[in-house]
Ligand binder design. Structure first.
Ligand code: EPU
Length: 337
């Protein structure tokens, strides 16, 4: 039986650790409870916010609507020769799923170790790190369609994945709630260590033939060294997307800044936003209760008691200075509420 609570603090439900209140709040533990919730017509009209791990949002105000916290648990798998399908409830913590796979020896998600957030949010963002994106291991997902009350399946093509993008952020935004995700992994040690930082770290540790577990440990160590731990310093990972610019624009910037970090993409040249921000002098800067992280300028942090507005204003100032120096407009990766 679902229970709707009123005026609930969201401080422990967002990794920025920002205080904000939800007018209404409901926790969903089983997918059938979504059908029960939306039997009441008032929730069809209400402002709604679906919350997983709360690792990709910044509250700049209270939420005057219904927050739906997805806590659907359970992980299971089915092996078929060299492939394995792992199915997880949307409310599982992403890194718990990674550990499940690493412990079983299923290859594919080890490069995505220690990413904060929930399994249900992973396809929305097409999360990615260290040379792997969610779309590389995604098989399908099941989602509740609010308007019809039906559960629908989405295969990889239907999700229209791109860099930090999917149909769930675009055309279908607000229309669906993901309840479970299936991943296609390998029972063979198919590891991907193409990312420079991983190779360097493996070499440092004298690991010549890395296992899935080695890769997971090394990726976790790199993340810990670069990124602040949200349980002690509030943050939402990369605050901005890495911008993709045209070849022509890149050539202009490159003439002036030949050391610029960049990657060639199918639709242009991706620039490292952290590098752009650092060049503007923001790395490690403390501004009031907020600032950028000392080891990774792309991460905005809450040094304690920051308001969402403070963080937002800092992000505005950063966007402005990157625009002035490089003529590049940074886009936020984090959702602003
Ligand atoms: N760099 C700087 N200064 C900085 C930060 C980065 O010069 O302050 C340079 C680095 O030296 C490097 C380049 O920028 O040459 C890229 O840096 P890094 O490898 O740290 O990766 P990133 O592009 O900043 C992306 C993802 C991260 C992911 C890493 C590792 C985005 C928006 N971010 O960051 O994802 O962990 O790659 O693959 O694509 C997240 O999305 O929340 C996230 C943490």
């Amino acid at each position: 039986m679902i229970q709707i609570h009123q005026n609930v603090s969201l401080k422990n439900f967002n990794t920025f650790g920002i205080e904000a209140y939800a007018r209404y709040f409901v926790e969903i533990n089983h997918k059938e409870e979504l059908a029960e919730l939306f039997l009441d017509p008032q929730w069809h009209q209400a402002n709604r916010l679906v919350l997983g791990g709360g690792s990709n949002m910044l509250f700049t105000q209270n939420f005057d609507g219904l927050v739906i916290r997805i806590n659907i648990r359970g992980i299971e798998h089915r092996i078929n020769h060299e492939t394995v399908i792992v199915e997880s409830g949307a409310g599982e913590i992403w890194d718990d799923l990674v550990n499940y796979c690493v412990d079983w020896g299923f290859a594919g998600v080890e490069n995505l170790s220690l990413i904060p957030g929930s399994v249900g949010a992973s396809p929305v963002q097409n999360i990615g790190a260290y040379g792997v994106e969610l779309k590389d291991v995604f098989e399908s997902c099941e989602a509740f369609e609010i308007a019809t009350g039906e559960f629908k399946h989405f295969d990889k093509a239907a999700c229209q994945f791109d860099y930090r993008e999917s149909i769930f952020k675009q055309k279908l935004k607000g229309k669906l709630i993901i309840v479970s995700v299936k991943f296609k992994l390998s029972t063979q040690e198919n590891i991907n260590i193409s990312y420079g930082a991983i190779t360097d770290e493996l070499q440092k540790r004298d690991i010549v033939n890395p296992t899935i577990k080695d890769v997971s440990i090394v990726v976790s160590a790199i993340r810990v060294s670069k990124l602040p731990d949200p349980s002690t310093i509030g943050n939402a990972g990369s605050f901005f997307k890495n911008p993709i610019v045209s070849k022509q624009q890149f050539d202009q910037i490159y003439q002036q800044f030949p050391e610029i970090s960049h990657y060639i993409m199918h639709n242009g040249i991706k620039l490292a936003a952290g590098w752009l921000i650092e060049q503007c002098g923001w790395k490690g800067k403390v501004v009031g209760h907020t600032g950028t992280w000392k080891n990774q300028a792309l991460v905005l942090v809450n040094h304690g008691n920051a308001s969402g507005d403070e963080v937002y204003h800092l992000s505005e100032a950063i966007i402005l200075s990157v625009k002035e120096k490089f003529e590049v407009t940074l886009e936020r990766e984090v959702n602003i509420i």
